[in-house]
Design a protein around this ligand. Structure first.
Ligand SMILES: [Zn+2]
Length: 477
């Protein structure tokens, strides 16, 4: 890694992010503009995200499968809104094996259509429902302005696709997965998110209703971090997913889809990172604690290294790395692991060996405040407790930041100021015109209509007419 300093977040948040992703070796730019190479350290975070989500998907009855990368162009055209929404972002294959294809193939931007076509084949009776399938894979959306992890031509994600015999069941599934994402973001990512419903303008192309978890980044902009869609019978009708119901009558199925992508790595970076680099939540960190042996000569080394080995064994239940490099100083190593956001640093030097203790330093609390000296006995228990403490401290800090930067404007003028540097939570009549006016004049969009509403009624912050729900206006990624 390079030892040049990062720009500070307050100097230039965008540049801080770009350089941090590169320097911490999370990802790199690919030869094709807008594509991303996810490097091993970044992929290890994604693997931990995958396993935390996959566990939750299985616990709610889902199974995994794999569907093809190529989709016939005609499939996308079957659902009008869907194709309109995705047409500008499609990558289309017209030649295969040196021959012009009879029908162009789309590189999947999402898989509702191809999965819908398979469900129409598999579903015959109500006994075949529900189908609860998830797919881990990659998709391509031809984006013009790209940013590593946040928006790239190709990205990695999971997409769940379910089919049900009743609207109620499909709506419950949509909500269940929104709750799964909320629980994951809060408890694994330490990312406080607001679950809510997307406006008509912001919803998924082809959905009846889209739900989202929205997170506030360190520059107060919002990041849509996961979505869950109730598709009604739109795709079932387009792909003829029909079944014989209990009364032996043909019915169209009700479907849902839901997804969370490598974008969430970006959410972690921008929620928790500081001017020294990444700060990773212990539950998703590829390395939970790094051991740094400290010695000046061979005599000290022979004293320290056996203890390092012993401590590593003691902590075998955690993801531990021993930094054995001898060509760099301990100070360099401290900075390096701080940049990479390892939650806990364990220093072991000759004096520690003598005292039977080790020094612990918390990444989320740099300096003396986060440093402690603890006895080697019961180290595993202490480290376990400290990782839990770090995880919850990180969540609380991010939540306090969001609360401090979320305001309820008293009038439209105040709204336009608030969204320059924060979130505005306010009454909105629901009209597209009011939403568009805010976007045009401030660049802020409606992020979500939070599930948790204050109750009561008010007047729209834009037009003054009657409003039943509060919405979050914010600038977003
Ligand atoms: Zn209005």
């Amino acid at each position: 890694m390079s030892n040049e300093k990062l720009p500070t977040r307050s100097e230039n948040f965008a540049e801080w992010y770009n350089q941090l992703v590169l320097k911490a070796e999370l990802a790199d730019y690919a030869p094709v503009r807008g594509c991303m190479v996810v490097r091993p350290y970044g992929w290890a975070i994604w693997e931990n995200i995958q396993s935390a989500l996959d566990r939750r998907f299985k616990a709610t009855g889902h199974v995994n499968a794999a569907f093809p990368l190529f989709i016939p162009m005609s499939f996308l055209e079957k659902e009008k809104e869907h194709v309109e929404g995705f047409a500008p972002e499609l990558a289309i294959v017209t030649i295969g094996g040196g021959q012009k294809l009879e029908e162009p193939l789309v590189v999947r931007p999402t898989s509702e259509t191809v999965i819908g076509s398979m469900y129409s084949k598999w579903v015959k009776s109500y006994r075949d429902l529900p189908i609860l399938i998830n797919q881990w894979g990659n998709v391509v959306r031809w984006e013009m302005r790209t940013k590593l992890f946040l928006r790239t031509l190709e990205f990695y994600w999971q997409e769940g696709h379910t089919a049900h015999s009743t609207a109620k069941e499909a709506e419950e599934e949509t909500q269940r997965m929104l709750e799964v994402y909320t629980d994951f973001a809060i408890n694994e990512g330490a990312v406080p998110v607001v679950p809510g419903r997307k406006s008509e303008t912001e919803k998924f192309a082809g959905a009846i209703n889209s739900y989202t978890i929205e997170a506030m980044m360190g520059d107060t902009r919002a990041l849509q971090s996961g979505t869950s869609h109730f598709l009604g019978q739109n795709f079932a009708k387009a792909f003829d997913i029909q079944f014989l119901d209990w009364n032996n009558e043909q019915q169209f199925a009700w479907t849902t889809s839901w997804g969370l992508s490598t974008r969430f790595v970006g959410a972690i970076i921008m929620t928790h990172g500081d001017d020294k680099g990444l700060v990773l939540p212990p539950r998703l960190a590829p390395i939970q604690a790094v051991i740094i042996p400290i010695f000046k000569n061979d005599a000290e080394k022979s004293l320290v290294m056996p203890v390092v080995e012993e401590v590593k064994k003691q902590l075998s239940e955690f993801r531990i790395h021993v930094d054995q490099r001898e060509e760099v100083t301990p100070g360099y190593k401290f900075n390096d692991w701080e940049l990479r956001g390892v939650p806990l640093r364990i220093e072991i030097g000759p004096k520690d060996v003598e005292k039977g203790s080790v020094a612990l330093a918390r990444r989320d609390m740099p300096g003396k405040e986060g440093k402690s000296f603890v006895p080697r006995e019961q180290l595993a228990k202490l480290v376990g407790e400290m990782l839990v403490t770090i995880q919850s401290a990180m969540y609380n800090k991010a939540l306090a930041f969001r609360n401090a930067n979320t305001h309820e404007p008293k009038d439209y003028a105040e709204l336009t100021t608030i969204v320059q540097n924060g979130w505005a939570l306010t009454w909105w009549c629901g009209s597209k015109a009011c939403e568009a006016k805010v976007k045009e004049e401030t660049k802020a969009s409606t992020r979500c209509i939070p599930t948790e509403q204050p109750g009561g009624e008010g007047t729209c912050i834009v037009c003054g007419s009657h409003a039943k729900e509060k919405v979050i206006f914010a600038r977003s990624y």
